[in-house]
Design a protein around this ligand. Structure first.
Ligand code: IMP
Length: 176
């Protein structure tokens, strides 16, 4: 798995184990083009294959806020680095509809063909930061079906996350 994000790797490694797959990490932070999650992940996979030369998996993911027309979406990494969770909370100040979702597109590439699958988890953006586990937007994301944010309840995240859904599907497609 090619990723510059160690938290992402830890999560995906656990998901892989549940599917009988062993992942090895290549710590490479690849530049991202502008586009949809699928366009971005395919481009990342091509770049990674050029460097590594054997089959790889990678993902692209983000937080999509309904009232912000899906912002930060595919810009999630850049936006997180620039304004962080506090910035998102400011943008949503006084907003009633705080619906949002995390999306993840997972990709396998062997130099010739792609296998791609996606996962989504719906929830809401909290009014303040809650919890210290996980990474990125986890402290402000309250998933449907739980009263704790992903950063307060990482076990719940590991059961229902966008990444769990995307990679579980990906590994099952690959085994077929
Ligand atoms: P990318 O997939 O490397 O482009 O990163 C997307 C950005 O979205 C990350 O830097 C995080 O800020 C955020 N993100 C992606 N997945 C998660 C997650 O599972 N929890 C919290 N934030 C996430």
């Amino acid at each position: 798995m090619v990723t510059g994000n160690s938290n992402k790797f830890e999560e995906t490694e656990k998901i892989a184990k549940l599917n009988g797959v062993e992942l090895e990490r290549r710590d490479i932070d690849l530049p991202e083009i502008r586009g949809t999650l699928e366009e971005i992940v395919k481009d990342k996979a091509r770049q990674a294959f050029e460097i590594i030369g054997f089959p790889i998996v990678c993902d692209d993911s983000g937080l999509f806020v309904n009232e912000l027309d899906d912002f930060p979406g595919a810009f999630s990494k850049f936006v997180f680095e620039k304004i962080g969770n506090e910035g998102i909370l400011k943008l949503l100040k006084n907003l009633q509809n705080r619906g949002a979702e995390f999306r993840c597109t997972a990709c396998y590439f062997d130099g010739a063909s792609f296998v791609i699958s996606s996962g989504v988890v719906k929830g809401t953006v909290t009014e303040s930061l809650r919890g210290s586990s996980g990474f990125g937007y986890d402290p402000i994301f309250l998933p449907e079906g739980n009263d704790k944010t992903f950063a307060e309840d990482l076990n719940y995240k590991m059961r229902v996350s966008h990444r769990k859904k995307a990679f579980t599907k990906l590994f099952s497609q690959l085994s077929k």
